[in-house]
Design a protein around this ligand. Structure first.
Ligand SMILES: *[C@@H]1O[C@H](CO)[C@@H](O)[C@H](O)[C@H]1NC(C)=O
Length: 173
């Protein structure tokens, strides 16, 4: 092989490696997500939740990621609240009515946490954490009456997940 050919091959190979590197998923955002999710109640569910947002790959710091996570928490809990309210319309029971009230507080806590990220990380941290207590109260409401509503238990678990993610992130701000 001629020297110039060898150089051309090297150049192509190097460009290819650089391309691979730029496409590699180990970006700053990936590292942030992994660092946070390792400390939550479920690494896999945390990564899945954060990756579901199109803004996550461009998150360059924890504060960006905190806003994304708490935004997801808020919209997820808002959906859950309206699901519970739909159930309530179909069949009004005391337990589901209680859960609806608890979910008002879940939604309010995540909203407050999101709003406080910029100003007051400590309050955001507290609000993110307490949201899960309200979901536990809903779960206990069902449990103490011997009522099983798996769909509500599932959304209670979502609140636990987002509360855990929100708590871990805001704890590091
Ligand atoms: C809520 O979050 C969970 C966990 O990430 C997800 O599986 C579910 O699809 C979300 N629900 C809505 C309505 O966004």
């Amino acid at each position: 092989m001629e020297y110039s050919d060898a150089r051309a091959v090297m150049t192509v190979a190097l460009s290819f490696l650089l391309l691979l590197h730029s496409l590699s998923p180990t970006t700053a955002a990936t590292k942030l997500v992994e660092g946070v999710c390792k400390k939550t109640i479920s690494y896999a569910n945390c990564v899945e939740a954060l990756d579901s947002d199109s803004r996550t790959p461009s998150a360059s710091n924890l504060k960006d990621l905190a806003k994304i996570a708490l935004g997801l928490a808020l919209s997820n809990a808002t959906e859950s609240k309206s699901f519970i309210d739909k159930l309530l319309k179909i069949k009004r029971t005391a337990a589901v009515a209680k859960c609806s009230s608890w979910y008002k507080l879940v939604v309010a806590s995540f909203r407050s946490a999101l709003e406080e990220v910029e100003e007051d990380a400590l309050t955001a941290n507290y609000d993110a954490k307490i949201a899960s207590d309200y979901a536990v109260s809903c779960e206990n409401e069902l449990g103490s009456r011997g009522i099983k509503i798996p769909a509500i238990s599932t959304i209670n678990n979502y609140v636990q997940l987002y509360s855990s993610i929100g708590f871990v992130i805001t704890n590091e701000l």
